[in-house]
Design a binder for this molecule. Sequence first.
Ligand code: GLY
Length: 433
Amino acid sequence: MVLGSGAREHAITKSLSKSKYEKKLFCIGSGHNPGIFKLCHHYSIGDYNDSDFVVNYAKEHNITIVIIGPENPLEMGIADALLKAGVDVIGPRKELAMIESSKTFTRNLQKEFNIPGGPKYCSFSNMNGVEDYINELGEDFVIKYDGLAGGKGVKVFGEHIHSISDGLSFCKDIVSGGGSFLIEEKFIGEEFSLMSFCDGKNIKHMPIVQDHKRAFDGDVGPNTGGMGTYTDSNHSLPFLKNADIEDAKNINKLTLKALKSKTGLDYKGILYGGFIAVKDGVKLIEYNARFGDPEAMNVLSLLKTDLIDVCESMIAGNLDKCNIEFYKKATVCKYAVPTGYPEDPIKNEEVSIDNVSDAECVYYASVDLRNDVLIETGSRTLAFIHVANSIYEAEEYVEKNISNVKGPLFHRSDIGTKEVIDKKTIRMDKLRC
Ligand code: GLY
């Protein structure tokens, strides 16, 4: 059973549907996702953050394995409830999911276990000392809300906030809402995602992906859940060095070990490190406790090994014996999102892929099928992915298809283009010399 009904969960379900094993797939989603629905034996619309509902559904349908897609059910302890009921889960327990749900937990873990790649940081739950700490970091600071905020909890100086007083107001808003936050040193470089399958002790890495958080072409505009991603055929990225990837792999490996030492619990699921390659190495920006979205579409389209074998190895704790292979191809994924997204998205409008020549490249996200009409529900709507020999070939194909979607949607046309990737490579070379 898959929990969640976005494009990431569509990608997970599609990958499971290709398994050689006899199986029945189930899903609990928040709306009617026609892509997932088509692949499932039974699809239920309900609250996947409600442990009683999820456990009762799992028992009623004799579910053997649950894959938890989004972060909220992980934070709510749905994995713990299912494990208690005897159902195997891909996705960490609540205490381990703090690697995503608490930024302070992650930074403290890094510090306690001497894991490289950490920034200077300080956590606050009131305004005492905030201004002094910001002044100490100068203009290179980032403020992070210490909790899940759907990609909206991070404010980077020079990008989202342009004065110290803007920064202080953001902090005050958090404090007045009863929350806490971190202030960290800001890093300059190129971001990348490294997701790893984990069984508690062993770790196997996926190809490196680059996501694009900003809403508009040229990496401007507000932060989003991620507008598009790519991978390269060598499983690296044109602006990364092998040493960057080895450093990131090492950080994920050390983090898995630290999580076990700290909690005594086995982390079974996906450990997703958000990294940045900087002037002199690699730094960790944040962790997520699940597949990335859109990153899942890229890596699962490349996964050669049966996903059910990978899941069973994570559950059994013998991932070291599971040979996980990915096709040596490039991928590009782009999201079509509603006009006004992310700040004031148009909602409940009809969209259609009738004119899209290759419907197989479409993954359904924030949509609902109402009376046979596809309706966008105000967030990232449809993801378009293609696998090809090069990033540029994949990008052209995705553009051709995404441009034919009908409805009040837009997408980023620059993601994965040669012009933009060349610029990133030049920028990284300059930074390093
Ligand atoms: N791609 C960003 C995320 O999944 O959080």
